[in-house]
Ligand binder design. Structure first.
Ligand code: NHR
Ligand code: GAR
Length: 196
């Protein structure tokens, strides 16, 4: 069995889309894969309730309880590696996870660590992507699924979706349009990885 561990910080709608795809598309039978755990760095993350409702194990690791990024990532690694199986190391899926990960963490999960970023990378790495795309006068925005490397938001691209930016757009309106595309491309990109 390949265990997938999803890291969240908030709403968890991408996590929920992945969980639903795994159920509907029978990832366990087709790929020998399942969503084994959801971990949040914020106790108040709304996504935790959904994971519990699906009988997925959850954990909260508050980054503020650790003295350094290295200490937090070491604790996170311990929890995630608890989901290793005899044949497979866990896969790690960042879904609205808001903490930058150390190079050591990234190296430990190299090739099994993916993220979805709410812009058409390599444009608008980092935060506040929707506001920045509107301010730059972009006519298109979107989302990118990528392998995570130590170079923030610059790992190899696995999938993208584009949406129009409308003249009346606010960052919130654009974010909602992009998010609905994220829910389509992220499960697809993960299924594609698992099938290889
Ligand atoms: N870690 C590495 N090493 N590489 C990547 O590509 C990563 C990563 C960790 C998270 C997601 C990313 C995004 O999709 C991601 C990609 C958080 C920040 C950030 O600045 C930036 C990019 C992403 C996630 N976080 C602040 C920090 O100090 C905290 C911000 C907050 O708590 O609101 O870690 O956008
Ligand atoms: C998504 O739009 C995701 O791309 C973005 O946050 C949202 C999380 O929504 N990620 C980042 O900005 C990472 N820095 P969700 O919690 O409902 O999946």
């Amino acid at each position: 069995m390949k265990n997938i561990v999803i890291l969240i910080s908030g709403g968890g709608s991408n996590m929920a889309a992945i969980v639903q795809a795994a159920q509907q598309q029978q990832w366990e039978r087709r790929f020998g894969a399942r969503v084994a755990a959801v971990i949040s760095n914020k106790a108040e993350a709304e996504g935790l309730a959904y994971a519990k409702s699906q009988d997925i194990s959850t954990a909260v690791l508050d980054h503020k309880a650790y003295a350094s990024r290295e200490d937090f990532d070491a604790a996170l690694t311990q929890v995630i590696d608890g989901y290793a199986t005899p044949a497979h190391q866990p896969w790690v899926v960042l879904a609205g996870f808001m903490r930058i990960l150390t190079p050591g963490f990234v190296a430990h999960y190299a090739g099994r660590l993916v993220n979805i970023h709410p812009s058409l990378l390599p444009a608008f790495a980092g935060l506040n992507t929707h506001r920045r795309a509107i301010e730059a006068g972009c006519q298109f925005a979107g989302a990118t699924v990528h392998q995570v490397t130590a170079d923030l938001d610059h790992g190899p691209i696995l999938a993208q979706a584009a949406v129009p930016v409308l003249p009346s757009d606010t960052p919130e309106a654009l974010a909602a349009r992009v998010l609905s595309q994220e829910h389509r491309i992220y499960p697809q990109a993960i299924a594609n990885l698992l099938s290889k």
